[in-house]
Design a protein around this ligand. Structure first.
Ligand code: ADP
Ligand code: MG
Length: 651
């Protein structure tokens, strides 16, 4: 609807959805709207300074770079003015009428997840809403948070660059529409003024001390002066440039919170000051919460790169390798020209060098943590181990990364306990030169894996791998301190022969078969192979089983079954692998089957049992594709067994 330069437009649907939540659901922690507006103002000033440093001249070049907040109690307005980049009419509509890149869907999903976890932690519904505010900044919906406290907002802006010096004003009540029109006001001479008409229930933000304390809490490290009614509020220096001895833990924590919007203090902080081979200062944090770098947070990593305290790039990904993606923080160097273009930052030699130093320092830092504070290191591992273990790619640092890996294992008391490879080696019996592992979805499944039986008998520790990537890590590492990595299921028949039995068998060992029965058993195996046909490569006697009747093994010690499964998924191959069925000659089931076989090689029940045994082994291997067949065969066998039982017991 155009009327004399004024254009009124509908917000896009996703914006309306977000606005609705912001205005109706979030009543606690509303002060973060100040943080959002101040950070937008600071971004606008940063962008202006960046272009000035590259040689462009802005309008009104003598205006200081600053943010001024003023309160008008009579008009019930709060005004935030910056002398930054400003916006044209088109930019006002584009930037404040739509939701950028990350999108409202992710915001809504993130909101739900955050509210869930906050509510669970505190058992408090209000707390859930309060912590939901944490994610507002992360999803590019920061500006709209002003509608938590305002029922009308006017944004007047004059672009800092370009021919057209006309100011425009964007106005909205945050409900369905906004308008943009030209405006004759003198202010701002350059940049943006946001005037929020506060709701009656938000008049607390007309108190100077209230606004000041919110700014101190959330915006202390904004790199431009912030004034409230003429008085400077943020006087914090760039912390990373301060000598380490003068910075308190609290200052480190506050800086982290300001940087990341994380309400929780970090697990750990690292303050680095290096002069050679490159000069840089860095403040690096390990958050006390994990991020999903394989999913929604894919892009939320990298360090903020400064050159002489000027922000050059947010989330620069050249400064750290992906496996340190959990690190948050800033890097500031004297050696980078301010006017460097974003393109030349890629493949930049200087950044490569900084990257290498950060890797070395972070590895030492983690080594110290592991040595001096096992609990903290364990927490680190639980939160960030999943990302860190990708460090097996880092060939030059492979040995150090390996030493920092942690695993659950068969020797440890519970699923939470962790061991390093070095500790595993220290516990291993004389002569062991292999790290044995088994991949399983959880500890219980690992423990029940039939391949574990021999290891248990010999008292040999087996590492438990619970995540699909773990096996790639093992393959990728190849060796650690001359020891191999090998899946327990691929152990050769005699791999553990040289180790004495540790565990006394609980049951009496079954009596050995007579010579004649041994021969019959070989015929039974042939008959079983005949019954199973192409489904198995071979049926043979196992030397690795103690308690289980049967197990599937790869024909020639090839891949482990979980690795194979992963590859099949990747290649969209859903055929069943053809494996060797190994059976336990001493198991009562096999002894009974032998008797049945001797009585009648073509026995119908024998055939059914053979198929069921195979199905059960497939099931343990995670491959059963036809559960209906298994269930119906089991049903038939149960029916027969029940009939015999009632007959024998005469009931
Ligand atoms: P984000 O800051 O994550 O991009 P916001 O909702 O906070 O999301 O802001 C949306 C956009 O509006 C910003 O990206 C920016 O382009 C523009 N903007 C907001 N405030 C200002 C300001 N004070 N000066 C210039 N541009 C601004
Ligand atoms: Mg913002």
């Amino acid at each position: 609807m155009a009327e004399a330069g004024k254009e009124t437009r509908q917000f896009r649907a996703e914006v309306r959805k977000v606005l609705h939540i912001l205005t109706n659901s979030l009543y606690t922690n509303r002060e973060i709207f100040l943080r959002e507006l101040v950070s937008n103002a600071s971004d606008a000033l940063d962008k202006l300074r960046f272009r000035v440093n590259r040689g462009e001249s802005p309008r009104e070049p003598d205006l200081p770079l600053e943010i001024r907040i003023s309160i008008d109690k009579d008009a019930k307005t709060l005004t935030i003015a910056d002398t930054g980049l400003g916006m044209s009419a088109g930019e006002l509509a584009e930037n404040l009428g739509t939701i950028a890149k990350s999108g409202s869907e992710e915001f809504l999903a993130g909101l739900a997840a955050e509210a869930r976890s906050a509510g669970e932690e505190s058992g408090d519904k209000d707390k859930a809403a309060a912590d939901a505010a944490n994610i507002i900044g992360r999803f590019g919906v920061g500006f709209y948070s002003v509608f938590m406290v305002a029922d009308k907002v006017e944004v007047t802006s004059r672009p800092a660059f370009g021919e057209n010096a006309q100011a425009h004003v964007w106005i909205s009540d945050g409900l369905g529409t906004y308008s943009v029109e030209t405006c004759d006001a003198e202010e701002p001479k350059r940049g943006t003024v946001i005037r929020a008409h506060l709701k009656d229930d938000a008049v607390e933000f007309l108190e100077k001390f209230r606004v000041e304390s919110a700014i101190r809490k959330h915006s202390a490290f904004v790199p431009f002066p912030v004034f409230v009614d003429g008085e400077r509020v943020n006087t914090q220096p760039a912390l990373w440039r301060e000598p380490k001895t003068s910075v308190t833990r609290e200052q480190y924590d506050d800086f982290y919170k300001a940087l990341t919007y994380d309400a929780k203090a970090p697990l750990d902080a690292q303050h680095i000051a290096v002069d050679a081979p490159v000069q840089f200062n860095a403040l690096l944090y390990i958050p006390d919460s994990s991020q999903d770098f394989f999913g929604a947070d894919r892009d939320f990593w990298g360090l903020d790169l400064y050159a002489r305290r000027v922000l050059i790039q947010h989330r620069n990904k050249e400064l750290i390798p992906e496996y340190l993606a959990f690190l948050k923080g800033v890097v500031d160097t004297e050696d980078l020209p301010l006017n460097i273009s974003r393109e030349t930052l890629q493949e930049n030699v200087l950044l490569r060098k900084i990257n290498q130093v950060i890797v070395k320092q972070t590895l030492s830092h983690l080594e110290k943590m592991a040595a001096n504070d096992a609990e903290k290191y364990k927490r680190f591992w639980q939160l960030h181990g999943k990302v860190f273990k990708l460090g097996y790619h880092d060939f030059p640092n492979r040995e150090r990364v390996s030493a920092l890996l942690r695993f659950n294992s068969s020797t440890l008391p519970d699923a939470d306990a962790l061991t390093s490879l070095d500790d595993y080696m220290a516990r291993a019996p004389e002569g062991q030169k292999t790290f044995w592992y088994v991949a399983a979805p959880n500890r219980e499944a690992a423990r029940l894996n039939p391949h574990m039986e021999l290891f248990r008998k010999k008292g040999i520790e087996v590492l438990y791998l619970f995540e699909p990537v773990d096996e790639f890590v093992m393959e990728g590492l190849g060796k650690y301190k001359e020891w191999d990595f090998k899946a327990a299921e691929n152990a050769a028949d005699d791999a553990l022969a040289s180790f004495a039995d540790k565990e006394k068998p609980e049951k009496e060992a079954a009596a050995p078969l007579s010579e004649e029965d041994n021969t019959s058993f070989d015929s039974l195996l042939a008959r079983m192979k005949e019954i199973l046909g192409d489904k198995v490569k071979e049926v043979r006697v196992s030397h690795r089983l103690a308690d289980s009747p049967a197990v599937l093994v790869s024909p020639d010690g090839g891949m482990s079954s979980s690795m194979e499964k992963l590859l099949k998924v990747m290649q969209k191959d859903d055929s069943l692998p053809v494996k060797v069925l190994e059976v336990n000659r001493d198991h009562p089931l096999l002894r009974s089957m032998l008797r049945m076989f001797k009585a009648d090689a073509q026995d119908r029940i024998l055939a059914q049992m053979t198929r069921s045994l195979f199905d059960a082994s497939l099931l343990l291997d995670g491959y059963l594709k036809d559960p209906q067949a298994l269930a119906s065969r089991t049903g038939e066998l149960l029916a027969e067994a029940a009939a015999w039982y009632t007959e024998v017991r005469k009931i």
